[in-house]
Design a protein around this ligand. Structure first.
Ligand SMILES: [Zn+2]
Length: 246
């Protein structure tokens, strides 16, 4: 991370104050102890096929396995705390630099850090809902039913529940359309902690009129960006807020 790049990013945010959208990927949450599932070699998905475990098919065909796995992988995430990157973005929103945070993370850490307008394009871990009556419950309550019962159930009607996250095989939620609209109405899109190789990150980056990238490693979109800063989200975004005297 170079100070000149941090200054360039701060200047870009000043120039487009109130007209900027942020997109965050898994890279912003690794500093909160949440693994980046797509990281080659170390990622969980390097030895497990997510389609097999986190799909609509798995939820209904093998619900016991689905919940066992889901609870093991995402249970610890419920207690994760926001890091300097989430806190800096909330400060930028509060100071009127950015108007929307779009995230593909389901950990809810932007809201825990104080962000107000967050579009969660892959859903979130806060709640589950009943497959029959639609009643919602906190995820913690649902996971607490395990392993006494193989599948968490609705208190009201006794049917099984499902997580409010977007599974493989689900339709994209309304937040996805809202995210596209937010990007189209923005002058600047700041991509944080995303390798920009998969949808929706690469699609949203494509629609940005001005693009800034904060990521540990180079991305395929670096060449098209107005500013690129390589470093951890926590370090870079904290430096940007200091530069803007927030
Ligand atoms: Zn129910």
């Amino acid at each position: 991370m170079q100070q000149s790049e941090v200054q360039a990013l701060a200047n870009l945010l000043k120039r487009h104050r109130g007209q900027a959208t942020v997109f965050t990927g898994a890279g912003i949450s690794t500093e909160s102890g949440i693994p980046d599932f797509r990281s080659p070699g170390t990622g969980l998905w390097s030895h497990i096929d997510p389609m097999e475990y986190l799909s609509v098919d798995a939820l209904y065909a093998r619900p016991h396995n689905f919940w066992k796995y889901f609870s093991k992988v995402f249970g610890p995430t419920l207690d994760a705390q926001p890091n300097a990157g989430h806190i800096a973005l909330a400060a930028l929103e509060n100071a009127g630099y950015i108007h929307t945070v779009i995230t593909q993370n389901i950990d809810g850490l932007h809201q825990k850090a104080g962000a107000k307008k967050v579009l969660e394009v892959h859903g979130h871990l806060r709640t589950v809902r009943c497959n029959s009556c639609g009643r919602q419950y906190p995820m913690k309550e649902a996971l607490a039913q395990l392993p006494k019962v193989p599948v968490p159930r609705c208190d009201d009607c006794g049917h099984s529940v499902r997580p409010d996250v977007v599974l493989f095989g689900d339709m994209m939620p309304p937040a996805f359309t809202q995210a596209l609209q937010a990007v189209e109405q923005s002058q600047l899109v700041l991509m944080v902690g995303s390798s920009l190789t998969v949808s929706p990150a690469n699609t949203l980056a494509f629609y940005a009129s001005h693009l800034a990238i904060v990521n540990r490693d180079p991305t395929p979109a670096d060449g098209r960006a107005d500013v690129v800063v390589h470093g951890t989200a926590g370090q870079v975004l904290t430096a940007v807020t200091e530069e803007l005297k927030l």
